[in-house]
Every structure is written in structure tokens, then in C-alpha cells.
Design a protein around this ligand. Structure first.
Ligand code: UD1
Length: 421
């Protein structure tokens, strides 16, 4: 199994191109199931999660061709001959549940295994199911599968989500595009990935208003057409690489990044003493003082501080001057990186959803284990600030969400290599 070896190697200088967003691509791909005409995505990231979604769509009868070294995905769903998303694929990735809404909306029936995914809490799918039920679906949960039917098609309805869910918003939004009549979805997620999905669906002929606000209105149409759509920039990859020069020192320009994508995160970095400059090509980041200041962080749905940057921020705060408090409000059990960072000399006390980090002057390299996608990259970041060598094992988690991480950081002077010894 691959491992990544990082050695603290001083300041970074250079530029890092930011890829298309994994989470946007994982919801744009199932949108192909809504139309018989081709959907082409450009600026797609090259990640194992995208391969898993390709495999899942393929198992349903969709054709997905990966072109231009994986950056273009040409998809066609003219012949959907299987309506069952099998456990063997779905268990690898929670976003697989996103095929449910589109299949149901187009053909009136779908069977999808209940998902697995990252080990960061219970992560149920009840909100996805409630929203689809509101649109007229009949659901039956049997043998670990959701059996969904909508005889005569889905019907527009008003539905208010009891709590904000990115995935459930996406599933309901896709399903409502082909429902009869008007759907009003309230208390929806406002993430840039939702806006990107809505924009792609509008290109396909859907009638949608309000994306990016907490209420979306969809006027159902009879059919959707094909489209070509560029995947929005990955704000989590952006935030992660913005932290690299803050942790290791130096100055890095993250190409394709905008402040709009990571506003709350930028505010926190600036509070900690980091310089962020918006350039024509992206965001240029450098650490201004010797040591950054401790800051308190609470994760929230967009536009708040993203939970997907919490682990990386913790890696930074391990060497901040003072005591920082991190509150995780989106997922329970999302501090599994804390004991690993402690192995590197960090001082972290976790009580429920709160982690108190007392900054130390320097971390020390150690063998550590990646426990989930974002945790794995936080250990790499921490390794860049540590004395000596950090060996991160179980990096298959990393490959789900970061393409060519060694190349991107290595090009800026980081000492980082992959080994399968
Ligand atoms: C998406 C992102 C993930 C990110 C998360 C929150 C993708 C592929 N993944 O995940 O990287 O960390 O948003 O920004 O886009 N919940 C329920 N019932 C449901 C659905 C969710 O209780 O039916 C809960 C979850 O357990 C969690 C909270 O709602 O506590 C938010 O989850 P949600 O926004 O749905 O996250 P995902 O869409 O799974």
C-alpha cells in the first residue's frame, strides 16, 4: 500500500494549479442520468472518487469516456438498462446516493444501496429520502437497499429541509427538474457546488431560480437536453494548498482560486496573521510574521467555515502562538486526525465536538495513519512543518480527493515522495 514521506524542508515558493471540485463533479456526473442527450464536463479532477462514480454510472448503462487525460468527461445516458446501484460500488463512496433522484425522476423507479463513505460519523440519508417522498416517491427500505418508485412520475411540491444538507439538496434539485409542476425547496445548502449543479441543469434546459440562497424554486420540464459544462474550482483543494506556505513558510499563488469560494476561511487566516492577495490568476498567500496567532474556528454550512478544511486548519494551529478552540458542528467524530497529530508532538484535547489546541513551537516527524480524506492531507501539511520525517500510511484516502499532491507541493520546494515499500 502506498505511503507518503514528507520531510520539513523550509519555505515554499511557486504556484499551484487548483483542480475542478471533486464534490461538484460527483453531483454533476449523475445529472447525465436526467437526459438522453450527451453531457460533457470539462475541468474534471483526476481522482479515484471520479473513477468510482464512472464505474457506478457504467453499471447502470451510461457511457462515460474520460478524455484529455481525465480532464474531460463525455457522458451519455441514452440507454439506462439497469436501475440498481449495487452495494459493491456504493459502499466505496457515499456520493453514490446521488444517482437516486435522477434515475427516479427520469424513469419512475430506482434501487440504490444505502451508502458507506468516510468514517466521520453516522451520516444518514434520511433527508434525501424525505425530500424525494415529498415529491411523490414511494420508498421501501429492504435488505440494505432503498427501493424507490414514482408511478406516473414525480410531482412538484414544497419541502423544507429540517437541517441543511448538501447531498440531499442536490438529489432533490435534480429530481425536481423533471417533476410535474413547481417545487420549492427551503432551507437548502448554499455551497458553490450547488450553484454549479444548478447552472449545469439550466444549460440542460431546467428552470431553476434561487440557487446560492436558502430557497430554490424549480419549474419542472418534460425533458432535459445535453450540455457542456466546466466544473467549478475545488474550494477545499484551494484552502488546503493556501495553508501550505502558511505552515511551511514562503509564498504560493493558488491558480484559479477566488476569495468568494473561501471567504470565511480567508477571514480566519487573516485573523491569524496571514497575508492573502487576490491576483488576476488566483490567490497569493504568505505568512507575514514568524509564527501565526491562535484563532477559534467553528465549522458551519456555506458561507461559514467548511468542515472539509477543519483538519487542515487544525494542523496549522498546532504550531500557532497560543490556544485555539475548534468546534465541529457538521459531523460528529471528525477529529480522528487529532491523535495522529499528537503523535507528532501536538497538544490537543478533544471533548465531544470541541478540540482545544495549545500551540507548540515545532512538531516532530513520526509515522502516522490517514483515517479519512481530509485527515490525510492535514498530516501531510503537518509533516511540512515538522522536524524530520513523517510517514503517512493509508494514503488511498488521499487519492480520493487530491490529484498529484506530491507533484503540486514538490514543484514549490516541498520534500515529499510516494513509496509503496
Ligand atoms: C457533502 C460533501 C462533504 C462535506 C459535507 C458538508 C460531497 C460529495 N460531500 O457531504 O465533503 O463534508 O457536504 O459540507 O459533496 N445528514 C443527515 N441526513 C441526511 C443527510 C445529511 O442527518 O440525509 C447530516 C449529516 O450526517 C451531517 C449533516 O447532515 O451531519 C451535513 O451533511 P451533508 O451536508 O448532507 O453532507 P454530504 O452531502 O454527505
Amino acid at each position: 500500500m502506498d505511503k507518503i514521506i514528507v520531510t520539513g524542508n523550509g519555505p515554499l515558493h511557486g504556484e499551484i494549479p487548483i483542480a475542478g471540485a471533486k464534490n461538484a463533479c460527483l453531483t454533476l456526473m449523475p445529472a447525465t442520468l436526467l437526459s438522453e442527450e450527451p453531457l460533457t464536463l470539462t475541468n474534471a479532477p483526476r481522482l479515484s472518487d471520479i473513477k468510482t462514480m464512472t464505474e457506478l454510472l457504467g453499471s447502470l448503462g451510461a457511457e462515460v469516456s474520460s478524455l484529455q487525460d481525465g480532464q474531460v468527461l463525455a457522458m451519455s445516458s441514452h440507454d439506462i438498462h439497469n436501475h440498481t446501484a449495487d452495494y459493491d460500488i456504493v459502499r466505496k463512496m457515499r456520493a453514490s446516493i446521488l444517482v437516486l433522484g435522477p434515475m427516479l425522476a427520469r424513469d419512475g423507479h430506482a434501487v440504490v444501496s444505502l451508502p458507506g463513505g468516510c468514517a466521520i460519523g453516522a451520516r444518514p440519508v434520511d433527508l434525501h429520502l424525505k425530500a424525494l417522498e415529498a415529491l411523490g416517491a414511494t420508498l421501501d427500505l429492504r435488505d440494505g437497499y432503498v427501493h424507490a418508485t414514482a408511478k406516473g412520475g414525480l410531482k412538484g411540491a414544497e419541502f423544507e429541509f429540517p437541517l441543511v444538507s448538501v447531498g440531499a439538496t442536490e438529489n432533490a434539485l435534480m429530481a425536481a427538474t423533471l417533476a410535474k409542476g413547481t417545487t420549492v425547496l427551503k432551507n437548502v445548502a448554499r455551497e458553490p457546488e450547488i450553484v454549479d449543479l444548478a447552472e449545469c441543469l439550466i444549460k440542460m434546459g431546467a428552470q431553476i431560480e434561487g440557487q446560492g440562497s436558502s430557497e430554490i424554486t424549480i419549474q419542472g420540464v418534460d425533458r432535459l437536453n445535453g450540455a457542456t459544462h466546466p466544473v467549478v474550482t475545488d474550494r477545499i483543494e484551494l484552502g488546503t494548498y493556501m495553508l501550505a506556505p502558511v505552515i511551511a513558510g514562503g509564498e504560493v499563488e493558488c491558480l484559479g482560486g477566488t476569495r468568494q469560494l473561501v471567504g470565511a476561511f480567508c477571514d480566519k487566516l487573516e485573523e491569524a496573521g496571514v497575508d492573502i492577495e487576490e491576483t488576476k490568476r488566483g490567490l497569493k498567500v504568505k505568512r507575514s510574521g514568524d509564527r501565526i496567532k491562535a484563532v477559534n474556528v467553528t465549522t458551519e454550512p456555506f458561507p461559514g467555515f467548511p468542515t472539509d478544511l477543519q483538519a487542515q486548519m487544525m494542523a496549522l494551529l498546532c504550531t500557532a502562538d497560543g490556544v485555539s478552540v475548534l468546534e465541529e458542528t457538521i459531523f460528529e467524530n471528525r477529529f480522528m486526525h487529532a491523535p495522529e497529530l499528537t503523535r507528532m508532538g501536538a497538544e490537543i484535547d478533544v471533548q465531544g465536538g470541541t478540540a482545544t489546541v495549545t500551540g507548540v513551537e515545532r512538531l516532530r516527524g513520526a509515522p502516522v495513519m490517514a483515517t479519512d480524506l481530509r485527515a490525510s492531507v492535514s498530516l501531510i501539511l503537518a509533516g511540512m512543518a515538522a522536524e524530520g520525517e513523517t510517514v503517512v500510511s493509508r494514503v488511498y484516502h488521499l487519492d480520493r480527493g487530491y490529484e498529484r499532491v506530491e507533484e503540486k507541493l514538490g514543484a514549490c520546494g516541498a520534500k515529499i515522495e510516494r513509496t509503496n515499500a
